[in-house]
Ligand binder design. Structure first.
Ligand code: SF4
Length: 297
């Protein structure tokens, strides 16, 4: 028997908490492809899947997962698609998956800008219930140095629109991104912005530089100095200490030398204690050796 195949191309990533969602490709690669530290979609040019291809995949999914309740749209930032195109996708999802409860995807901060709050509410009505956004930091100097293409004020403005439209969102914080000596500023600036928003989850990932990234070459030529591991722990501790919102913290990614998870504010004291213990006990050299052994995210 020949099994039908879905049209996946390039790298396919999804957050760990989307493990039970059906994946559906609507884009591949990233529209931006310029963040200095990024190697996630290396070698994959941005492409929008034609509606015919999306519909063909949905026919296969209907055959094999007819009761699919959650769908995750793949690609680095499918939310870059226009409002009209996303509505088309939402209509197709509704047509082929009658039990659908929700769908979600990754987005860049800048993908939200062209959409009005009214349009976002319409997408919410069509079951778009969560977006995952790699804000990385709200420290303007670092955002600019890393070529993220937006500033802290854009994070605040655009994610506030998601709050108004009642679309849940989870953010990714990239610990260590500021480089040596900038950890505290990054944590403080980010906590200040996030305290004005309502993210559901803050995912914490620690910067690990791979040869495919532009930043790797800056490390080699000495123009970028990596943040030491203990400074990273102090940075994470500061971020958590300064947050005064109700939010889940997911920091058990392989890149974190001290894996943590918890819900704020209830677990704040316990989380801070874990960091204090690690900072006091772990030698820098051991933590660095751990990072050097990570060959893939
Ligand atoms: S970090 Fe995200 S937005 Fe930046 S290049 Fe990588 S995938 Fe694209």
């Amino acid at each position: 028997m020949i099994y039908p195949q879905l049209h996946f191309r390039g790298q396919v990533w999804r957050p760990p908490y989307k493990a039970s969602s059906q994946l559906l490709q609507v884009t591949s690669g990233c529209t931006w492809h310029k963040c200095k530290f990024c190697s996630l979609y290396h070698g994959t040019p941005f492409r929008v899947s034609p509606l015919s291809e999306i519909e063909a995949d949905l026919k296969v999914i209907r055959q094999w997962q007819p009761r699919a309740r959650r769908v995750y749209l793949t690609g680095a930032n499918p939310f870059a698609l226009s409002y009209n195109k996303l509505m088309h996708v939402a209509i197709l999802l509704r047509k082929y998956l009658p039990n659908l409860v929700s769908f979600g995807m990754f987005a860049r901060v800048t993908d939200i800008a062209p959409k009005t709050v009214e349009e976002l509410k319409n997408l919410r009505h069509m079951k778009l219930d969560s977006i995952n956004i790699g804000i990385e930091t709200a420290h303007d100097e670092t955002l600019e140095r890393m070529n993220k293409g937006y500033q802290a004020k854009d994070i605040l403005e655009q994610l506030s629109k998601l709050d108004k439209a009642r679309i849940r969102y989870n953010v990714f914080y990239l610990n260590g991104l500021g480089g040596k000596g900038n950890g505290l500023e990054s944590a403080i600036a980010t906590a200040d912005i996030l305290n004005q928003l309502h993210p559901c989850i803050i995912n914490i990932v620690s910067l690990t530089i791979f040869p495919e990234s532009e930043l790797y070459h800056e490390v080699l030529d000495g123009t970028y100095e990596e943040e030491p591991e203990i400074e990273r722990l102090i940075e994470m501790r500061t971020l958590i200490e300064r947050l005064n919102i109700k939010v889940n913290i997911l920091g058990h990614h392989i890149s974190n030398t001290v894996p943590i998870t918890g819900a704020l504010p209830d677990d704040k004291v316990a989380l801070l204690r874990e960091f204090d213990k690690a900072i006091a006990e772990f030698p820098e050299v051991e933590l660095k050796a751990y990072r050097n052994r990570i060959w893939h995210l």
